[in-house]
Design a protein around this ligand. Structure first.
Ligand code: SAM
Length: 224
């Protein structure tokens, strides 16, 4: 499967998406999901980031066809798509049924699950994934949720499993939602990961566009 062709969203689509995602409850129809997908690929450099993430996993996981990556808050599957194209098996989850509907319509062989980043991964055993990734959903994690997310990543990853958790500039809006105790700095993220038994492998800076949603550090950590 090829990566989807990037299509420039029309001005109406961008404005409608902004309106629906910022001021109305977000991602609550399959139409929103489709619009999100167009905007994220084109304006947020998400397709480029997806390819960079799949290269990271390929660097550390030598037999992709025998390895399974868990893509949490997977949305419409932009990251999932790049992982599948790199030869990995993928389990994709999200809290939004509509995002998952769009994802499952595109990728038939992907295991899909509904789950909340702020909670436990119900029904998932210990040490089952070779890799885990979560992109552009930090603002939806509460302060306690960030801790749970990392603890769950540690639990469900195999020993020496790889966690890729990009720190995206635009996710800082979480401070408005969750308050001053909510941390999203590079040092806070590293501290959280190290405290929970991960070692940082890299934190490469990526500039995938001018939007704050396209500027990030790809933090890569290994489960010790
Ligand atoms: C900006 S999108 C990112 C989607 C995908 N990772 C990507 O990079 O294209 C954020 C996603 O997080 C999901 N989400 C929001 N709150 C969540 C939660 N509490 N648990 C799991 N997913 C959540 C949304 O439904 C949405 O699909």
């Amino acid at each position: 499967m090829k990566n989807a062709k990037m299509v420039k969203p029309s001005l109406v689509e961008v404005v409608t998406w902004l309106w629906r995602s910022r001021w109305v409850q977000r991602y609550n129809s399959q139409r929103d999901a489709k619009m999100y997908d167009l905007v994220a690929r084109y304006y947020f450099g998400r397709q480029k980031l997806a390819l960079q993430i799949s290269s990271v996993f390929l660097k550390y996981i030598k037999s992709p066809s025998q390895s399974i990556i868990c893509d949490r808050a997977a949305g419409t599957g932009i990251i999932t798509e790049a992982l599948i194209n790199a030869g990995f098996k993928v389990r994709a989850s999200d809290i939004s049924k509509d995002q998952l509907l769009e994802l499952s319509a595109r990728f038939k062989d992907v295991e899909i699950a509904e789950d909340d980043l702020n909670g436990l991964m119900v029904g998932v055993g210990d040490g089952v994934f070779d890799g885990l990734v979560a992109v552009a959903a930090d603002r939806f994690m509460t302060t306690n949720g960030q801790e749970i997310f990392v603890q769950e990543a540690r639990r469900v990853l195999k020993d020496r499993g790889i966690l890729v958790w990009p720190l995206i500039l635009g996710e800082y809006v979480g401070k408005i939602k969750h308050g001053l105790n909510w941390q999203n700095s590079l040092s806070a993220r590293i501290k959280l990961l190290e405290k929970n038994g991960f070692k940082i492998l890299s934190k490469e800076f990526k500039f995938n566009g001018i939007s704050p949603a396209a500027i990030c550090r790809i933090i890569v950590a290994i489960k010790l």
